[in-house]
Design a protein around this ligand. Structure first.
Ligand SMILES: *Cc1c(COP(=O)(O)O)cnc(C)c1O
Length: 394
């Protein structure tokens, strides 16, 4: 497990950053471990989880889907019902309270699809923090509605105009800003990635998902589930669901990565399934990279899943075989998107549709006494326009 001192999970994680960043990361780390043991901090976090985000999110038995598929019982952890429509706010809420404790008044963040940017801008509005969001210029054009949302919430969106003009360059730019302005600036990372302490910290703020799910399934079924299934981009919603079950060895973890247009086309982002260990953005993990160790361009129908790296804790889970990582294509995710909408009246995010698609496949092969919990990480409202265009062009 995590070595608190070094920030390594086995051989993954750690800090591969310039000296100047070490001091900044140490400050954040010290405060984080203080907060974790401070009942005032925990009470404040609980207050906002409950009253602002709307927690606990329900654990919903998808009875119609279960009957239709015929096999294991499928439960949905409804992170889609959170304020702002996904799990990302669990993390930004925790980090903004931490930033407040550190006396920081200026928050910076990177965003790809804009979901983390919106969750960051939301908490900054709530706590009167200046908010700067770095976003690749290409992404600002693809996700113009989210840019508008962030601006509406009072954030400044800075388009990054070099390189591929996507998420990777936005992270580089945010790190540069942090090194120049660290005295009054806090960097709010959006997934369970980055140098220590971010992966451990994001896990902590997202583990409310698994903690609630465990209590809820015991209340309704009286037993633990057989499988937990979650989509994996950087890995935050998955680690949030999985980690509270870590010591329950009988509960199997399945992380679902995007196989995009098909693995053989090279257009995918299945990092754990097809990457190799390497260093990206300051930490060691599986990375989709070429022979020279340069990270490869990635693709998925869901913008929230196309990152060439993955959280180090997942790399560790893979190597010790605590979790299994599989992949689902765009086409399969789209089918699940439609299936859940029609059968249960729930339009899932395209990211979450990957997890739903795998759950449907798996449920069919299981007997009726088995239980699957799927993390419904977000709602699909943000995706309906894109899906409409795809289905109409078919
Ligand atoms: C961002 C996002 C993801 C992927 O991020 P993780 O850090 O892997 O959880 C998954 N689902 C939704 C709805 C998202 O917005």
């Amino acid at each position: 497990m995590l070595d608190n001192k070094t920030g390594f999970f086995g051989e993954f994680g750690g800090r591969y950053v310039p000296d100047k960043l070490i001091k900044i990361l140490d400050e954040v780390k010290a405060e984080f471990y203080k907060c974790k043991n401070d009942s005032k901090f925990i009470d404040e976090l609980d207050y906002y989880y409950k009253n602002f985000i709307g927690r606990p999110s329900p654990l919903y038995f998808a009875e119609k889907l279960t009957k239709k598929i015929g096999g294991a019982k499928i439960y949905l952890k409804r992170e889609d019902l959170n304020h702002t429509g996904a799990h990302k706010i669990n993390n930004t809420m925790g980090q903004v309270l931490l930033a407040k404790r550190l006396g920081k008044k200026r928050i910076i963040a990177e965003t790809g699809a804009g979901q983390h940017g919106v969750a960051t801008a939301t908490v900054c509005s709530l706590f009167d923090m200046e908010c700067i969001i770095y976003m690749g210029e290409e992404d600002t054009q693809r996700q113009s509605l989210n840019v508008f949302r962030m601006e509406l919430l009072g954030a400044k969106v800075v388009p990054v105009k070099h390189g591929m003009r996507t998420l990777k360059e936005a992270v580089d730019e945010a790190l540069k800003d942090l090194m120049e302005n660290y005295e009054h600036t806090y960097y709010m990372l959006g997934s369970a990635v980055g140098p220590d302490p971010y992966p451990a910290m994001v896990n902590y703020f997202q583990s409310i998902i698994g903690t609630e799910a465990k209590k809820q399934i015991i209340e309704t079924e009286g037993i633990l589930p057989n499988y937990l299934i979650a989509a994996v981009g950087g890995g935050s919603n998955a680690i949030g669901l999985f980690s509270p079950f870590y010591n329950n060895k009988e509960v199997k973890f399945i992380g679902v990565e995007p196989a995009g247009k098909g693995i053989e086309t090279g257009m995918h982002a299945a990092t754990l399934s097809f990457g190799k260990p390497g260093v990206l953005h300051g930490f060691r993990s599986y990375v989709l990279q070429d022979e020279q160790g340069e990270s490869l361009p990635v693709y998925s129908i869901s913008a929230g899943l196309d990152y060439p790296g993955v959280g180090p804790e997942h790399s560790f889970y893979k190597d010790i075989k605590r979790a299994e990582y599989v992949s689902i294509t765009d086409e399969e995710a789209l089918n699940a998107f439609e299936e859940l909408s029609r059968t249960e009246g729930i339009i899932p995010a395209l990211e979450s549709s990957h997890a739903v698609a795998y759950a449907i496949k798996l449920a069919k092969q299981c007997s009726e006494d088995k239980i699957i919990i799927v993390n419904l990480s977000g709602r699909g409202d943000k995706d309906v326009d894109q899906v409409c265009k795809i289905l109409k062009s078919k």
